[in-house]
Every structure is written in structure tokens, then in C-alpha cells.
Design a binder for this molecule. Sequence first.
Ligand code: UD1
Length: 429
Amino acid sequence: MDRIRIIGGNPLNGTIPISGAKNAALPLMIAGLLTPETLILDNVPRLADVAQLQRILGNHGVDITAVGKRVGDGKYQGQTLQISAADIIDTTAPYELVSRMRASFWVIAPLLARMHAAKVSLPGGCAIGTRPVDLLIMALEKLGAEIAIDGGYVVAKAHGGLRGGHIDFPKVTVGGTHVALMAATLAKGTTLITNAACEPEVSDLAECLIKMGARITGAGTARIEVEGIDRLHGARHTVLPDRIEAGTYAIATAMTGGDVQLEGARAELLQSALDVLKEAGAEISVNADGIRVRRNGNGIRPVQVATAPFPGFPTDLQAQLMALMVRAQGSSAITETIFENRFMHVQELARFGARISLDGETARIEGISTLRGAPVMATDLRASVSLVIAGLAAEGETMVNRVYHLDRGFERLEEKLKACGAAIERISD
Ligand code: UD1
């Protein structure tokens, strides 16, 4: 099992190219199930989760071709995937495939919309809280699906096809909104989705669906309307840049000090995180090629932050911000409002000497001036990268174990950091 070894203390200086967003690429690939024609996706990141979803879609009979590099493509250019679901040969998504990644459950929506039947295993994914799928099921039922749970599987049927309806989410859910959107595109009549998630990845999915012929208005707001049509066609779409990856490297730069250009990052996708970083003492400027982050000389100031749905501070940057606050000059507080139990990084950060106490949903962090490197264990995707951030600033050696969590969501992490001066390497045993 691979490990990552870091010798901390080097500032980061240079350019980091930002990859396509994992959380946009996954629903976009799943949307390929909605049409018998070819969907071409550009800028798809090379990640373990993407490869796993390719296997899942392949099991339904989807043909996926990764197009090779074209002349002029840079080293970090994402891949182009041609997704063709001409014939869906199987509407079951088995436990062995779905249990490893929560987002794969979302295949239930296009399968039901196009084939009027789906049998999908209840999902797995990161161990952060209970993460149920009740709201996704509710959304499909509002569109006329009959749903039963049998042997760990969600069995869904829509005799005669889905029908438009009003889906009012009692809680903002990104996955629920993706599922509702995809299902509604091929339903008979109009669907109204209220209290929809406003995350940029939802807008990206909607934009692609519109290119495929879907009639959608209001994506990116809490009120989305979808007028169902009989058939969607092929399209070509570029995955938007990963705001969580950009935010992670911005935090890493604030942590170590230095000057890094985040190439291809879009500030409007992570404004709340950039505002928090400014408050913490980083200098942020936006230019034509992306975002520039600097921290030279001044110390890290403590902040009080609560995670929230977009445009609030993202839960997927909570662990990284906590690593930064470990070095702040004073006490800070971070409240997690999206997921219960998303504090597994706290005990691992303690191994660097961090002083963090938990009080319900709030972590209180007493800043310390020097972190010491340690062997640590990655627990989930975002938590594991917070350990890398701590390691980059810690004295001596840090060994991050179980890095397969990182490979699920960060493309060429060690290469990107190394190019900016970090002493980091992957050790494959
Ligand atoms: C997506 C992201 C994940 C991010 C999260 C919140 C992907 C692949 N994953 O996950 O990285 O952290 O959004 O921004 O895009 N909930 C229910 N019932 C449901 C569904 C959700 O109670 O049926 C709850 C969840 O437990 C959680 C909250 O709603 O407390 C938000 O979850 P949701 O937005 O659905 O997260 P995901 O779509 O799984």
C-alpha cells in the first residue's frame, strides 16, 4: 500500500495547475446513461473514483473510451472521455461496485428515467456520518417511482415512465439535486425542485444536460424547473475546475508561506474560502490565469468559521482549514454543519502536537507555533489531505499511510506540490 513521505518546512513557490472537478465529473459521467448517443467530456481528472465509476458504467453496458493526448496538450491536461450508452444491458448496480463510492448510487436516476427500472445497492463511500439516501428516494417517489428496499438494494420501478412533480428538499442535498435533475429531464411534464443545492457542480451538470437537449431553468439557484422531454441527444462538455483542489492548495500555501499561482482556478467558485484565507492573513489576488496566493512574513491569524451549503464555506475544505488553524496565533473555532462526525482528522492532527478540543459540532483549536512530523493515517478523502498540509509545515518527517484515500480525489498531488518546492514523495511498497 502506498505511503507519502514529507519533510516539512519548505515554503511553496510556483504554479499548480488545477484539475477538472471530481464532484462535477462523476455526475456528468452518470448523465451519459440518459442518452443512446455519445456524450464527450473534456477535462476529466485521472482519479481512482473516476476509474471506479467507469467500471460501474461498464457493467450497465456503457462503452467508455479515453481519448489519448492531443498535440499541444500539457502534462496535466485532463482526459477526454467518450461515453456511449447505446444499449443498457443491465439495470442493476451491484454491491461490490457501488459500496466503494457513494456517488455511484446516483446511477439510479438515469436508469429509472430511461429504462423505467433500476436496482442499485445502498452506497458506501467516505465514513463521514451516516449519509443516508432517504431524500434521493423521496425525490424519485415524487416523480412517480415505486421504491422498495430488498436485501440491501433499492429496487425502483416507474411503469410507463416518470412523471413531473414538485420536489421540495427539507435539507440541501447535492446528490439529491443531481438525482432530481437527471430524473426530471426525461419525465412527462414539468418538475419543480425547491431548496435545491446551488453548488457549482449542480450548475455544471445542468449546463451539460441543456446541451443534451434538456429544458432546465434556474440551476445554480434554490428553485429549478425542468420540462421533461422524450429523448436526450449527445453533446460535448468541459468539466469545470475543481474548487476543492484549488482551495486545498491555497490553504497549503497559507500554511507553509510562499507564493503560488493556482492555474485555471476560478475565484467565484470558492469566494467564501478565499475570504477566510484573507482573514487568516494570506494575500489573494485574481488574475487572467487563475488565483495567486501569497503569505510572506506575517503570521496566521485565527478565524471562526462554520461550514454551509454553497456559497458558504465548503465542508470539503473543513479539515484543511483546521490544519491551518493548528498553526494560528491564537484560538479559532470551526463548526461543521453539513455532516455529523466529520472530525476524524482531529485525532490524527493531534499527532503533530495540535491542540484541538471538540464540543459537539464545533472544534476549538489553540494555535501552536511548531508542529512536529509524525506517522499518521488517512481516514477519508478530505481529512487525509489535511494531514499532508500539516506535514508540509511540520518539523521533520511525516509519513501518511493509507493514501488510497487521497488518490480518490487528488490528481498527482505529490507531483504538483514537489514542483513548488515541497519535499514530498510517494513510497510504493
Ligand atoms: C456531495 C459531495 C461531497 C460534499 C457534499 C456536501 C460529491 C461526489 N460529493 O456529497 O464531497 O461533501 O456534497 O457538499 O459530489 N442527506 C440526507 N439524506 C439524503 C441525502 C443527504 O440526510 O438522502 C444529508 C447528508 O447526510 C448530509 C447533507 O444531507 O448531512 C448533505 O449531503 P449531500 O449534499 O447529499 O452530500 P453528497 O451529495 O453525498
